[in-house]
Design a protein around this ligand. Sequence first.
Ligand SMILES: Nc1nc2c(ncn2[C@@H]2O[C@H](COP(=O)(O)OP(=O)(O)O)[C@@H](O)[C@H]2O)c(=O)[nH]1
Ligand SMILES: [Mg+2]
Length: 204
Amino acid sequence: MPQFPAVQFLTSSWQPRQFPPDQGVEVAFAGRSNAGKSSALNAITGRKDLARTSKTPGRTQLINFFALNERQRLADLPGYGFAKVPEKMRAHWRELMERYVETRGSLGGIIIVMDSRHPLTEFDCQMLEWTGAQNVPTHLLLTKADKLSRGESASTLKKVRAAVGDAATAQLFSAVAKTGVDEARKEILRMLATTPARASETEG
Ligand SMILES: Nc1nc2c(ncn2[C@@H]2O[C@H](COP(=O)(O)OP(=O)(O)O)[C@@H](O)[C@H]2O)c(=O)[nH]1
Ligand SMILES: [Mg+2]
């Protein structure tokens, strides 16, 4: 399995003006709370505790940025879909995410992490709407695939691919069984090697 380049924590941002400079290229991870986003990030980067896994979802409303080098970053977007969170926090989440996807010129792609047993929730579809509207390349990780039989996971992948069409690519993944890690790394590195379509507008 090829190694992923070493990543370093950069900063946490509660609002857009705290984001690191909008230069180079960034790949962001999104996902409903508890989908397995932190576990996926850790498996992909090969770091046990890069992103904290949690049993109390929806507490963090920050975007965490990690640097691979001076030009390439990963962003861990706050989880969404938390039923017990106050409306005020939900509104903050919505505004932060929408602003991020709409204005981040260095955004080279988004990975949407979904529990393969419950794919394409309302929140995933909202993300797909934002990335589609901004033409941000989108890749879906159907994680916790170890919880499904081979047949079930194959049919889930087929259904999800049919549902999203050209809007996103999709793959099966498991942080526990470490399946799909190579495929995910390749996709992320491919996104990080691009020049985001909107980058030229913000960079000299
Ligand atoms: N079986 C299985 N459990 C997983 C997998 N990924 C995450 N989990 C579990 O799902 C729960 C939520 O995971 P976490 O990574 O914190 O999700 P996040 O809220 O999306 O960041 C935790 O109990 C994890 O141990 C996986 O691939 N397989
Ligand atoms: Mg998490």
